[in-house]
Write a protein that binds this ligand. Structure first.
Ligand SMILES: NC(=O)c1ccc[n+]([C@@H]2O[C@H](COP(=O)([O-])OP(=O)(O)OC[C@H]3O[C@@H](n4cnc5c(N)ncnc54)[C@H](O)[C@@H]3O)[C@@H](O)[C@H]2O)c1
Length: 255
């Protein structure tokens, strides 16, 4: 897809993988809107990248609709949507005191990572469906979601996160099939361990240990490696309906 001069929405664009992808898009001449619940951080990133910061809570239909309206007014409807908003969190099903996990923990992670992804995917697709096709294939736009290797190999304590990310992997093919008649492609990236602010709470020792578990290269991934794959998905018209692992061949052990 030819992207120069087009508009893009990046959820979770204030930080980490979303921010890196937003920067790559802006560098390629795309008008980028950063959707994030953290408006202050989004504004800072937007000023550095040359983008528009828009407050958006991806779990809310109203907040996301309003954010799309703001971005549409500034840039026109987006042909590119990158879904990076997400949270982590670890809790076992039954704790050491034999107590079950609070349902709200599970609900919150599924709400942000899975329902939030569907929310912005559907709003972006509705906007794209009203645009003229860009080429002889009839392509109107492309959506890139973010799952995780935990969607395939969830570790102990990751039941909530793994369920949410497994849902994102599961929605990829039906979303691509559903939106094919509009000429909209949908792919998902399943990252391994990428060094972003999400991991910044971890001590360097733990990060080094995580890096050593990767077959090759023996290190954590870089945000620009995610951005590079997202840009290839956007540009390569024959990538559709697929989840691509970006993980240095890591396969997570139970713990
Ligand atoms: N970093 C990794 O190792 C890794 C691995 C696998 C998957 N992922 C996934 O990649 C995505 C991006 O992660 P990251 O590492 O860049 O994290 P990050 O914490 O650096 O960035 C996530 C951004 O999403 C925003 N956000 C969180 N909840 C939101 C909500 N409800 N509404 C709107 N914005 C919200 C945050 O404010 C933040 O700016 C997440 O979905 C994460 O699960 C990350």
């Amino acid at each position: 897809m030819r992207i120069e001069g087009e508009a893009a929405v990046v959820t979770g664009g204030a930080s980490g993988l979303g921010r890196a992808t937003a920067a790559a898009l802006a560098e390629a001449g795309v008008k980028v809107a950063l959707f994030d619940r953290n408006l202050e951080l989004a504004r800072k990133a937007a000023a550095e990248i040359g983008a528009l910061a828009v407050e958006c809570e991806v779990t809310s239909a109203d907040s996301a609709r309003a954010a799309f309206a703001t971005a549409r007014e500034a840039h026109g409807p987006a042909r590119i949507c990158i879904n990076c908003a997400g949270i982590g969190g670890s809790k076992r099903i039954v704790d050491r005191q034999n107590q079950p996990m609070e349902l709200d923990h599970f609900r919150r992670i599924v709400e942000v990572c899975l329902i939030g992804t569907f929310n912005t995917l559907s709003l972006a697709a509705a906007d794209m469906s009203k645009l003229d096709p860009l080429d002889a294939d009839g392509q109107r736009g492309v959506i890139v979601n973010t799952a995780s290797v935990a969607g395939y190999e969830g570790q102990i304590g990751q039941i909530s996160y793994a369920s949410a990310k497994g849902g994102v992997i599961g929605m990829t093919l039906p979303a691509a099939r559903d939106l094919a008649s509009w000429g909209i492609r949908v792919c998902t990236i399943a990252p391994g361990i990428i060094h972003t602010p999400l991991l910044m709470g971890l001590p360097q020792e733990t990060l080094d240990m995580l890096g050593r578990q990767v077959p090759f290269p023996k290190r954590t991934g870089r945000d620009r490696e995610y951005a590079s794959l997202a840009m290839e998905i956007i540009r390569n018209d024959y990538l559709n309906g697929e989840t691509i692992r970006l993980d240095g061949a890591i396969r997570m052990a139970p713990r």
